[in-house]
Design a binder for this molecule. Structure first.
Ligand code: ADP
Ligand code: ADP
Ligand code: ZN
Length: 861
């Protein structure tokens, strides 16, 4: 047994001088109500220090920045392995990454196509011939004695040091100069390969002149150079005077029919992120902007709306219509690359298959290959098959390899990264994960846990922040942080095996695990009103099979179904934009459907997603919820303000008059780091207070505006007790469980779940129309059992005002509490896309075909 990771005296954010041990090579789950300090422990302490310690081992160049990286506020962490985090926020996903590139499967497929693919002429369709090294050797040997041939600059290209043994061999012939990133070195002087990643290394073999009589005894160095020209390597041989180059020795390819010549196949030929491979029309994106908006309604493969989960697109973005690129037909590559086939399939068509079909195809190509090709292909096939296996195990088998990463939900992306980590086979790493179960139907949890256990079994330490009961029960060790949120949290409430925590009377998590506390299920169901339905007919987007969905108005309606069953396609991509367009709102085009009725009973449509509430560091809960305006008025109405002539705008950090000049009201200065993420350092002039000295002279009940922004919502509620306008707005924030958040906390530090609840609270405080349709996508994300009850209370209030609330959810308790469910399935992808049960949860529970029904049955039992 390795000694545990010891954390002593952790004081990051709200942590109260916490001491905990995390066992190595096991699965530890950190639990607690939201805001209790789980992420502060897992990410801001453990992971942050793990990274710092790692950077410490790097080059002096990296280390010069080390002092600038703030040390987490902790006395000691030891026993720490290199630490990797797999969270949901990190890294903006570009349209240039796909499931295949993120998992590195695409790298293997490119290699496979470069080595054993058969190119076809893009002009006349016939097969293009390449010369194998063996063929070249033979044709040289066939020359009459004493012919003088010149072998020109065969190039050896290697990546990441892959060919170091090859270099050594050529070096021993004294022939090599190497070119790294454009600079020429002698081989001995090539910078160590391991520390430079992803550059191209070309070893240039000097001219080799064949002087000898040729027959079967070729100059040994020539043989070597030619042999190296297999696969990744290209060899160009200058022919004797008068001989056409392509005829004998060039490995550049030519069409037998029309003589058109083609570049030799290399992995980069198949890269849509390289000018060598990308389709020039769409620059490798597979889609082009549609100038003809009204006609074509094809959305980009994978493009989902802003109204979905914590996706990166800002909700205010103009909807742009994209259509499939007419030249590559979505394949992202040049025609030459798309014309390379293995068993009649191009690389683009292989990645567009459902995951399982891609896997089967890869397994079955062997028969179509020559014996030599089989030897080359076998290890590549194995690697691809293995990696697809991991993807299937983390429950994303409904995706295709070409789905672009910017259309994946945070949970999907996290599971894909998890699969990639398992595939990488690293050992002795400490992985920190953030709610990997998000977006997963309970039916898929087992597989996910299996994958996590596999990662652990490879000899790694896993730490997960999680609210899901199955995950907690699967833990070797539970750490319960709390008991409350914010200032009321940050203590170690309980730790031990799941059973030990369940027995602990003081642990809120334990109370739920033991079954002593449970979410209220014996609720009275609201009944559908007569003839008030929102009906969408004939929905056909993605996997939807001509679906007709009937949403009863004035109810709490749950949309359920396993991942990939079509919930987002139906609700987010079709129903929502269809209603929006009925109400005359700007939105992306709705997915194909035949008819929408009942929308005239609605007058407002609000999607409450988990995207950030503001993207500038100056936005915060107080600005978003609109509570800062009345607070500013309070400050402007003080005697001091009147004397100084300050108006309300003086107390805004967006106004130059009142804010700190140096940091422009941000409270910190941003220092750009060469290769690390930007560093934020407290402003040296205002010390993080954001306002200038004059503004801070004004106090209300003894507090400056900066003091107020530093208050938690809970504290501010008491402070502004006698200011009704402020008090009302703050109460609704408090009611959704955000009492622990400070008014001025930068919105960039809020979790998706917190952002969503701030939006909910802001809606609650607005005068309701009673005819609003609210749409929430997985609102239980980030919520502890006890928070779910509170969320439910808030949703109930919206419904009780007459509004309709639609929630896309997996949380069995929340689904069980809905008035009505629409269950999609039965499975994901092509095996889903139908409504298989609808009605009150009791009705869905009786449906044998429904996986949601299964879980509801158990819950009601
Ligand atoms: P959990 O992960 O349990 O939901 P967190 O660790 O995110 O809780 O938060 C614990 C407390 O620390 C909360 O009061 C939260 O508002 C606060 N907090 C989190 N991140 C920051 C930050 N970057 N700056 C200041 N306070 C923060
Ligand atoms: P859910 O919301 O239930 O998880 P989705 O509606 O996201 O399901 O997905 C339903 C099916 O449609 C899945 O097979 C998914 O891979 C596919 N799909 C989703 N979005 C796209 C898209 N933009 N392009 C192509 N296929 C998609
Ligand atoms: Zn400042």
């Amino acid at each position: 047994m390795s000694p545990p990771i010891r954390i002593r005296g952790a004081r990051v954010h709200n942590l109260k001088n916490l001491d905990v041990d995390i066992p190595r090579d096991s699965l530890t789950v950190i639990t607690g109500v939201s805001g209790s300090g789980k992420s502060s422990l897992a990410f801001d302490t453990l992971f942050a220090e793990g990274q710092r310690q790692y950077i410490d081992t790097l080059s002096t160049y990296a280390r010069q920045y080390l002092d600038a990286i703030p040390r987490p506020d902790v006395d000691l962490i030891d026993g720490l392995a290199p630490t990797l985090s797999i969270d949901q926020k990190s890294g903006t996903q570009s349209a240039r990454s796909t499931v295949a590139t993120v998992t590195e499967i695409y790298d293997y497929l490119r290699l496979l196509y470069a080595r054993v693919g058969t190119p076809h002429c893009t002009h006349c369709g016939s097969t293009i011939s390449t010369q194998t090294p063996d063929a070249i050797v033979q044709s040289i040997a066939a020359y009459p004695q004493r012919t003088k041939l010149t072998l020109m600059s065969p190039m050896v290209r290697g990546r990441k040091g892959a060919h170091s043994d090859v270099f050594e061999k050529i070096a021993s012939q004294g022939l090599v100069r190497a070119r790294v990133d454009g600079e020429v070195y002698l081989l001995e002087d090539v910078p160590p390969l391991a520390i430079r990643k992803n550059h191209t290394i070309e070893a240039v073999v000097d001219r080799i002149v064949l002087k000898k009589g040729v027959d079967s005894r070729l100059d040994e160095s020539t043989r070597l150079a030619i042999r190296l020209s297999d696969g990744l390597v290209s060899a160009l041989i200058e022919p004797p005077a008068g001989e056409p180059e392509s005829k004998l020795f060039s490995t550049a390819m030519a069409c037998i029919e029309c003589g058109a010549s083609f570049e030799e196949l290399e992995p980069r030929t198949f890269s849509f992120n390289s000018p060598y491979g990308a389709c020039p029309t769409c620059d490798g994106l597979g889609v082009v902007e549609d100038s003809n908006n009204s006609k074509s309604r094809k959305s980009r493969p994978g493009r989902k709306s802003s109204a979905t989960r914590g996706r990166k697109k800002a909700s205010r973005d103009e909807p742009t219509t994209l259509r499939t690129c007419p030249d590559c037909d979505g394949g992202r590559l040049r025609p030459e690359a798309l014309a390379v086939k293995i068993q009649d399939e191009s690389i683009a068509s292989v990645v567009s298959m459902p995951l399982v079909d891609s896997q089967t195809w890869i397994q079955n190509i062997t028969d179509s290959l020559s014996a030599l090709q089989q030897r080359v292909a076998a290890p590549i096939q194995d690697e691809v098959v293995r990696r697809i296996d991991f993807l299937r195990r983390v429950g994303v088998d409904y995706l295709s390899l070409d789905r672009s990463a910017d259309t994946l939900s945070g949970g999907e992306l996290q599971r894909i990264r998890l699969a990639t980590c398992i595939g990488s086979g690293l050992v002795s790493v400490c992985y920190v994960l953030d709610e990997p179960s998000i977006g997963l139907h309970p039916a898929d949890h087992d597989r996910l846990l299996g994958a996590i256990n596999e990662l652990k079994g490879q000899g790694n330490t896993i730490v997960i922040v999680e609210h899901d009961e199955d995950t907690m029960r699967a833990a070797d060790h539970l750490i319960d942080i709390g008991p409350g949120a914010g200032v009321h949290g940050g203590h170690l409430v309980s730790q031990g095996t799941p059973d030990e925590v369940a027995d602990d009377q003081h642990s809120p998590t334990g109370r739920f695990l033991s079954g002593e506390h449970a979410i209220q299920l014996d609720r009275e169901r609201r009944q559908p009103r007569r003839n008030e339905w929102l009906t969408l007919r004939g929905a056909r987007l993605h996997n939807l099979d001509n679906v007709t969905a009937k949403v009863p108005l004035g109810l709490l309606v749950g949309i359920s179904g396993v991942s990939g069953s079509g919930k987002s396609s139906l609700i987010v991509d079709t129903l929502y934009p269809a209603v929006a367009s009925h109400l005359g709102l700007v939105s992306k085009p709705a997915g194909p459907h035949t008819k929408l009725t009942g929308a005239d009973k609605l007058d407002k449509l609000i999607a409450i997603d988990q995207s950030p509430i503001g993207r500038t560091t100056r936005s915060c809960p107080a600005t978003y919820a609109g509570v800062l305006d009345p607070i500013r008025n309070v400050f402007a109405s003080t005697r001091a303000s009147k004397t100084l002539g300050f108006s309300a705008s003086r107390f805004s950090f967006n106004s130059p008059a009142g804010r700190c000049d140096l940091c422009k009201g941000n409270g910190f200065e941003r220092i750009e780091m060469n290769f690390l993420s930007d560093l934020l350092i407290e402003c040296s002039r205002c010390g993080g207070k954001r306002f200038n000295r004059q503004t801070l002279q004004v106090r209300f009940k003894g507090a400056t505006i900066a003091d107020v922004l530093d208050m938690t919502i809970e504290a501010a509620l008491e402070f502004f007790e006698n200011v009704p306008k402020v008090h009302t707005l703050l109460s609704s924030l408090y009611d959704v469980g955000l009492g622990y958040v400070t008014l001025g906390q930068s919105s960039t530090t809020l979790s998706g779940g917190e952002a969503q609840r701030i939006k909910l609270a802001t809606e609650l405080a607005r005068p309701g129309t009673g005819q609003t349709l609210y749409l929430l996508d997985e609102p239980t994300t980030g919520l502890h059992f006890s928070d779910v009850q509170r969320l439910l209370d808030v949703l109930d209030r919206l419904v009780d005002q007459g509004n309709t609330v639609l929630v896309i959810e997996h949380h069995t308790d929340l689904l069980a509490a809905c008035d009505w469910l629409i269950d999609l399935g039965p499975k994901g992808g092509t095996e889903g896309g139908r409504i298989i049960a609808e009605g009150p949860p009791e009705t869905v529970a009786q449906c044998q075909e429904s996986l949601t029904g299964d879980f509801l049955r158990r819950r009601f039992a």
